[in-house]
Design a protein around this ligand. Structure first.
Ligand SMILES: Nc1nc2c(ncn2[C@@H]2O[C@H](COP(=O)(O)OP(=O)(O)O)[C@@H](O)[C@H]2O)c(=O)[nH]1
Ligand SMILES: [Mg+2]
Length: 458
């Protein structure tokens, strides 16, 4: 397993908390200490460790009792914080077969750039790209031969000019040549060492400018400790980094440096290198990676479970709605909760998913403030029986709330749409017809509704 030590200690920490009969303040403090110890010994930057664990502690202790199981909730907190640090899931790389694509690799000497060029060439070739590699490294003796040898193993053509000392000239000229030959993906290797670091950064900046790559990838040595942070920071200042590849994660005890580097650049990891061979490259999925580290194989399932539990609508509100007592106040409360946990969406999808009027979703946030003012100008009778709001009442409300007819009409329209939808749902349910035309009504939602029906006798 990659990062075995970190994984083992995180796994132990999580196991400990799972074994406890109840998660109290002491348990949370103990977990925080365990996490700190684990992350620090994996060489995650100290400040970062404290920031991460502080966030976890705050969320674990501050929030009122959760609907989800507290242990699951806390595991999810740890997961979320780690994911956040790792920069999340990378967006798909923006390259397309048939177009002229360039990927530029940067990183210091020895980080594994040249090897990674060959690994990427192999990977994208298998995806149907016509791949070529190019080296602009004029510093490492034999850089061209090294790349040539590696790319030969994967059957990919190699460009470069060992006699030219100007990296920028090589970049421009060789790219032109390669593109003229009909390749649609050029993976560009760069130098990793210079007399002065500023010169290296300058060279990268210029190469990026002339090649306009689809993505600049920082190659980072996973065995690096805390200096990974400043290294990544330097590169992200001079180039427009799109993602990171962490190499040598096979058999390193550390690897926390890579976590720190992601935090420094705010850039996600795209692949990890797990060996010297050209096939030793793995796509990186932060969630499952962290699940493995935490010893929770189905971490995505757990996260989903917590999210679902958190998003469960307030049964009282659902009951009122089911009895047709859906008031303007309810509409407002539900819209307000969209911002928080998507409760409203949850209710909607339980009631028929696809039927939610888009305008309602789109406008909800924008309208909330306005609606609040309008609602404050309504009498209780009007809130409970919005149909009595006719012209003269509208005039009074508009003046009282300082809004216009359009706002009031829109709010009433949306209220009516919702109410209609619920009525339809109730009729279908009474007829026992299941949910034709209600794509969002899945089995879980159906069970939930049936349970509610029993509990509340509707
Ligand atoms: N174990 C292991 N070694 C690697 C990995 N990636 C690169 N290396 C080795 O790291 C050394 C430096 O790699 P190289 O590609 O020349 O780095 P560059 O200076 O950045 O171009 C070589 O010995 C590679 O075989 C990896 O993922 N795992
Ligand atoms: Mg190299």
């Amino acid at each position: 397993m990659v990062l075995e030590n970190l994984g083992r200690s995180l796994d132990n920490a999580i196991r400990r908390i799972r074994r406890l009969p109840k998660v109290d303040k002491d348990a949370i403090n103990a977990l925080i200490q365990d996490l700190q110890r684990a992350l620090l010994s994996a060489d995650v930057k100290v400040e970062l460790v404290f920031e991460m664990t502080e966030n976890i502690k705050k969320n674990a202790t501050d929030t009122e009792l959760r609907k989800a199981k507290r242990k699951d909730f806390i595991i999810k907190l740890v997961h979320d914080e780690l994911i956040n640090t790792l920069g999340g899931k990378p967006a798909p790389i923006r390259i397309k077969t048939g177009k002229k694509n360039v990927i530029l690799l940067v990183g210091i000497q020895g980080s594994g750039k040249t090897t990674t060029v060959a690994k990427l060439a192999h990977f994208y070739k298998s995806k149907g790209f016509k791949v070529a590699a190019l080296t602009t490294d004029t510093w490492r003796p034999g850089a061209y031969e090294q790349l040539q040898q590696l790319t030969k193993q994967v059957g990919v053509d190699c460009f470069g000019d060992p006699s030219e000392k100007n990296a920028l000239k090589i970049a421009v000229k060789q790219t032109k040549q390669a593109m003229a030959k009909g390749y649609d993906l050029l993976i560009v290797d760069t130098a990793g060492r210079h007399k002065k670091e500023t010169e290296l950064m300058d060279e990268m900046k210029k190469i990026e400018k002339v090649l306009k790559p689809n993505e600049v990838i920082l190659v980072l040595d996973g065995t690096l400790g805390q200096q990974a942070y400043s290294q990544a920071e330097e590169f992200s200042k001079s180039t427009n980094l799109g993602s990171i590849i962490v190499t040598k994660l096979d058999g390193t005890a550390k690897g926390g440096g890579a976590l720190s580097a992601c935090a420094a650049t705010n850039v996600p990891i795209r692949f990890i290198g797990v060996g010297e061979k050209t096939e030793d490259l793995q796509s990186f999925n932060p969630s499952s990676f962290i699940g493995t580290l935490l010893g929770v194989p189905d971490i995505e399932g757990l996260v989903q479970k917590v999210q679902d539990a958190e998003a469960m609508p307030d049964p009282e509100a659902v009951k009122r709605m089911m009895q047709g007592k859906f008031t303007l106040d309810d509409l407002y409360t539900q819209l307000k909760s969209i911002k928080k946990v998507g409760k409203f969406q949850q209710i909607i999808s339980m009631m028929g998913g696809g039927n939610i009027p888009d305008a309602l979703k789109d406008d909800a946030e924008k309208n909330l403030e306005k609606w609040e003012v309008v609602l404050n100008s309504l009498t209780q009778l009007e809130k409970e029986n919005p149909k009595i709001i006719k012209k003269s009442r509208k005039r009074r409300i508009a003046i009282g709330s300082g809004t216009d007819y359009t706002t009031i009409n829109r709010m009433l329209d949306q209220y009516n749409q919702m109410k209609k939808m619920m009525k339809q749902f109730m009729q279908l349910r009474k007829k026992g017809k299941g949910m034709p035309g209600m794509p969002g009504m899945n089995k879980n939602a159906m069970n939930f509704m049936n349970k509610l029906g029993k509990d509340f006798k509707f």
